[in-house]
Design a protein around this ligand. Structure first.
Ligand code: TA6
Length: 302
């Protein structure tokens, strides 16, 4: 989108003093939120939230200093939207990881201020191009509310004549002071698939401390989690609705080095906790039906 088009979008949908549409990194269009309750950013590219800072608090989301900002690529950090499959595509190993909506521009539908919070709504939908990779008719909306809480809603509508099945994840990168001083509560006794151990099924015992590469899918869990950060002395609470899996990821040392869009030491500053419906909990949607998954993030002092 060129600067003139961004300015036109700002004229049509911007809210002076609260939300402006400007050119961000790589010239990609973004919505910049500055409300009494919070500051934030959301790119049209991938409907990707890259910043949320509630008033009086530090930045809650991690974005890599080496992130790439380009059409066709995925932004390393913030909240990538994974849809309609998670990880690699079961029947096509050449298909892009985590689906195709995080690497393309979405449409900005509206920006609404309610009280001191601002809600930004974006959408994307099926096209001849998307059907080449995934032959389904769909409408996908991502609504982000920036306030004293961050609420993310992912709404899928089946606009076709046949049933569709999809996986989804809000692949959120949380910023931590130092990963070795973080603990995760809320997944005790939950079954998980350990992707670092051939997807072996295991049961979580007690709180989680990250001491090596971690890549897990917690199954059949609808509860909230609390990320306790003893370095930044804060607790990040993530509640969720209509989500039956939680993915946990930290690349640790070696995987971090392997990524060209991630700095070698940045594994210490982030943890992905992903509100999702993946694996055995993929969603089946009949024609005309809609499914909405929600993630609600709050922070508190520790
Ligand atoms: O969510 C965890 C995960 O699926 C890991 O397996 C790892 O690959 C990570 O996502 C990052 O994926 P990306 O395609 O963004 O490099």
């Amino acid at each position: 989108m060129d600067l003139a088009a961004i300015a036109e979008l700002d004229r049509r949908l911007g809210i002076p003093g609260s939300a402006r549409i400007v050119a961000g990194n790589g010239g990609l269009a973004k919505v910049l939120i500055a409300s009494p309750d919070a500051a934030g950013e959301m790119y049209l590219h991938g409907a990707h939230v890259t910043s949320w800072q509630p008033r009086g608090a530090g930045e809650v989301l991690f974005v890599s200093s080496k992130a790439r900002w380009e059409d066709g690529g995925a932004i390393r950090g913030g909240v990538p939207v994974c849809f309609p499959w998670f990880g690699s595509k079961a029947d096509d190993p050449r298909a892009p990881a985590h689906g195709f909506v995080r690497t393309k521009a979405w449409q900005l539908e509206s920006i609404v201020r309610a009280g001191d919070a601002v809600t930004v709504s974006m959408f994307t939908e099926s096209s001849a191009e998307t059907k080449r990779g995934w032959p389904a008719d769909f409408h996908l909306a991502h609504r982000a509310t920036f306030g004293s809480e961050l609420t993310l809603e992912l709404a899928v509508r089946n606009t076709g004549k046949t049933s569709l099945c999809f996986e989804e994840a809000l692949h959120t990168y949380f910023r931590v002071g130092h990963i070795e001083k973080a603990r995760l509560q809320g997944l005790n006794a939950v079954l998980y698939l350990d992707k670092t151990d051939s997807n072996r099924k295991k049961t979580q015992q007690g709180p989680i401390v990250i001491v090596s590469e971690t890549d897990r899918v917690y199954l059949n869990t609808t509860g909230a989690i609390a990320l306790e950060d003893h370095s930044l002395r804060r607790r990040i609470n993530v509640a969720k609705e209509n989500s039956f899996t939680t993915v946990l990821w930290n690349p640790w040392v070696e995987k971090a080095k392997a990524f060209s869009d991630f700095d070698d030491d940045e594994w210490m500053q982030m943890l992905c906790v992903e509100t999702s419906n993946v694996s055995d909990f993929a969603v089946e949607l009949a024609p005309g039906q809609q499914h909405t998954m929600r993630s609600i993030v709050r922070i508190a002092d520790l």
